[in-house]
Design a protein around this ligand. Structure first.
Ligand code: PDD
Length: 287
């Protein structure tokens, strides 16, 4: 597996970073996860735009221009095997003497990229759906930044795993649903797809955008608005999206069935549209 670190491609075993890297010491960095279908990075421009938003959010200058990123990403794809991959891009504020404040003058950021195989979700998961728990969203107030400081997300996901579940659905202030620990969540009620608004309390998912676009293009009623916790528990269907898990039905919540306990009609429709989109668009263009 070829990775990229600070200007060079190399085998992962040879990659070394300093223990003083601010990513290691403070979690002072941001990342992106980009799916690749048929060797094409999906929505690369949108991912790079979100990366810029994250870098702006932590006041770190972008170490590369857009064309440099495109070139690096394409090289990384070509150096790794498999038509479908997911890329991990990681930028930290670099190596400096330990001090919370930014190094002055700034140091060179650390840039790391790797690729992993991207399997489609197994048929079994599509058939049965996944189980989730709800958990209080105890993260910070800048969840729109794709920060590498993921300890709250790690603990929340582990709570789900400890309960035999695949994901934690996060509830802010005991009032409204934000997203999953590493995914976006949609609620379906009376045939309408409900999505929480892209604000500072959730990561603006690229898959979330695709699902809303598919809904709009196919006449599926949809609304983007705050979703009260009671609406999550009264949902006809719950859906989960992410670059690595595509669209999945959530069929159990807090050990109780969601509606019938089986993937519903909205899931079936969106999953089909997503697979067609993957085949006809993602595998054929840079969009
Ligand atoms: N996570 N919300 C959070 C907190 C996430 O970490 C992710 C993705 C998403 C979905 O975003 P997208 O559709 O752009 O993948 C929402 C990635 C996959 C990860 O951390 O591995």
């Amino acid at each position: 597996m070829a990775i990229y670190l600070n200007g060079q491609f190399m085998p992962i075993e040879e990659a070394k970073i300093s223990v003083l890297d601010r990513g290691f010491i403070f979690g002072d960095g941001v990342y992106e996860v980009i799916p690749v279908y048929s060797l094409r990075a999906f929505r690369l421009q949108e991912h790079l735009r979100r990366l810029q938003h994250s870098l702006d959010g932590i006041r770190l200058a972008n170490p590369h221009s857009e064309s440099e990123w495109v070139n690096l990403v394409n090289q990384l794809i070509a150096r790794n095997s498999g038509e479908d991959q997911y890329l991990y891009l990681h930028i930290t504020r670099g190596v400096a003497k330990r001090d919370h404040a930014f190094p002055q003058p700034p140091v060179t950021p650390t840039v790391f990229m790797m690729s992993s195989p991207l399997p489609s979700p197994p048929a079994e998961l599509l058939h049965s759906g996944i189980a989730c728990i709800t958990a209080p969203d105890n993260r910070w107030l800048r969840c729109d930044i794709k920060s590498i400081a993921l300890l709250p997300n790690v603990l929340l996901r582990q709570m789900a795993v400890d309960a035999g579940c695949a994901e934690a659905i996060l509830i802010r202030n005991n009032e409204f649903m934000t997203e999953g620990a590493a995914s976006n969540i949609f609620v379906v009620k009376n045939g309408t797809l409900l999505a929480p608004p892209k604000d500072n309390l959730m990561l603006p998912g690229i898959t979330y955008d695709v699902v809303l676009e598919l809904a709009a293009a196919n006449g599926i009623p949809h609304e983007v608005r705050k979703i009260a916790v009671a609406e999550v528990f009264a949902a006809d269907e719950l859906l989960l999206t992410s670059s690595t898990r595509e669209v999945l039905a959530i069929t159990q919540l807090d050990a109780k069935p969601v509606s019938t306990g089986k993937p519903g009609a909205m899931f079936a429709r969106l999953h089909k549209l997503y697979q067609e989109f993957k085949r006809d668009v993602m595998r054929k263009s840079q969009d």
